[in-house]
Design a protein around this ligand. Structure first.
Ligand code: URA
Length: 440
């Protein structure tokens, strides 16, 4: 069947077969199907959706477009974790070394920031000399030596996703559950861990703005992982305000180090402990939640988790002293507090607006290839539900210049919603989905 016939079939709401999807993905990745035809197909998928079988077939076709590491064939169990992205989301930086320090190997390929959401590689590159681009041999030798590797996304892994994502970005076809699920899961399947924990964010700073959408995305990804033989679970967690206090690369890395030292902010610390405990339970390394939580506490109190992060940083060319002494991380020359414009209870903090303001300080990229200023960002002092006085600092702006800091003040103030009555913050974790079972 001609490509145009397949586009029309999807346009009219019919399902495509595994062979047809494979042909479309291969044809586009190899340059035989032009952008205009693939764009039309993406738009048809966005409007018509895909059933579970089609979404799984699309994911597998994308995963097969490049190299497949299949790490679980060499080391098992070996875990992977992935967040759908948010503002102030430094969870991977703390969870990965914590899990490894508890004796569970972690093979993590991690990305750069996407839009207002930060990326783990950018945060790690705050460290002098840190290299995320690893050869295959380096990837394996670091994983074997430290039970942890934090590699950047290789171009050989899922080239189809690189091409398709670039087209989605400019054709208004990012916000589609089958397309997001296949994009994320194709990369996870190409790595091929034995167990995968997904953190699906929901709220103003996330791709998914509503709980039903987040549940649908989580369910779709768990089903794809399970069908492909990866034991997969998803946590649905709040992104209705930035996570923790820090937004910005070195600031977030410093906060992750604080979590590993047992002195991180309560919300992000609780989420990190929950995710580590879930992974320890999923793999059978802990018999129950109490045992898992005891392992987490031990990895922190003995310093094993921070030592693990420092060792991996060193193995990847970075200055390990910066992990042990975060005061050595890059710091912005200008620090300006942002006073509250009124007294009251904080009813909302628009995480996307906060993320965009941090990008304007240089903490993120407006277009691919833009340089990052690792030192800049924001430190938030107040959270939803807090009562503040007029003039009390809501946050601190860490900027390269005073003009940059002043330029974002009004925008930041507009991110705050207020109430005269006490406000109860929503839950941090809405629920968890594991293979075939929901827990809402
Ligand atoms: N992250 C991805 O890797 N892909 C998407 O489509 C969205 C978020």
């Amino acid at each position: 069947m001609q490509t145009v016939e397949l586009i029309k079939r999807k346009r009219d709401g019919h399902a495509l077969s595994a062979e047809e999807i494979e042909r479309l993905v291969r044809g586009f990745t190899q340059g035989e199907i032009p952008d205009y035809q693939f764009s039309a197909l993406l738009m048809a998928i966005l409007w018509r959706g895909m059933n579970a079988q089609e979404t799984a077939d699309l994911t597998l076709a994308m995963a097969r477009s490049g190299e497949q590491l299949e790490v679980r064939r060499t080391i098992s169990p070996v875990v992977d974790k992935h967040s759908t992205g948010g503002v102030g989301d430094k969870v991977t930086l703390a969870v990965a070394p914590l899990v490894a320090a508890c004796g569970l190997p972690v093979a993590k390929m991690t990305g750069r920031g996407l839009g207002h959401t930060g990326g783990t590689v950018d945060k790690l590159e705050s460290i002098s000399g840190f290299r995320a681009a690893l050869s295959r041999e380096e990837f394996w030798s670091i994983l074997r030596a430290h039970q942890l590797v934090l590699a950047g996304q290789s171009n050989d892994l899922v080239p189809a996703d690189g091409k398709i994502y670039a087209l989605r970005d400019v054709t208004g076809t990012v916000d589609s559950i089958p397309l997001i699920a296949s994009s994320i899961m194709s990369k996870k399947l190409a790595i091929g861990a034995s167990h995968l924990l997904l953190d699906v964010k929901v709220g103003s700073g996330a791709f998914m703005k509503t709980i039903p959408d987040a549940e649908a995305l989580a369910q779709t990804m768990v089903e794809i992982g399970t069908r492909a033989g990866v034991q997969t679970a998803a946590v649905i967690s709040a992104m209705d305000q930035p996570l923790g206090q820090a937004v910005g690369n070195a600031l977030e890395l410093r906060e992750a180090i604080h979590i590993l030292q047992g002195k991180g902010p309560a919300d992000v610390t609780a989420l990190c402990h929950h995710e580590v405990a879930s992974l320890l339970e999923m793999t059978g390394l802990a018999a129950n939640r109490e045992e898992a939580e005891a392992s987490v506490r031990q990895a922190i109190s003995t310093g094993a988790a921070l030592d693990k992060l420092a060792a991996v940083i060193e193995a990847q060319g970075g200055d390990a002293r910066q992990a042990q002494e975060p005061a050595l991380l890059p710091a912005a020359p200008i620090r300006i507090p942002l006073p509250a414009s009124r007294a009251g209870y904080i009813a909302g903090i628009d995480a996307e607006r906060v993320g965009l303001a941090a990008m304007k300080l240089g903490a993120g990229r407006f277009k691919k290839g833009d340089p990052i200023d690792h030192a800049t960002g924001l430190l938030l002092f107040a959270r939803i539900g807090d009562q503040v006085e007029a003039g009390q600092p809501l946050l601190e702006i860490h900027a390269r210049t005073e003009a940059q800091a002043q330029a974002i003040q009004a925008e930041l103030l507009s991110a705050y919603g207020w109430s005269d009555e006490p406000v109860s913050p929503g839950p941090l974790i809405y629920g968890e989905i594991s293979s075939g079972a929901g827990a809402f």
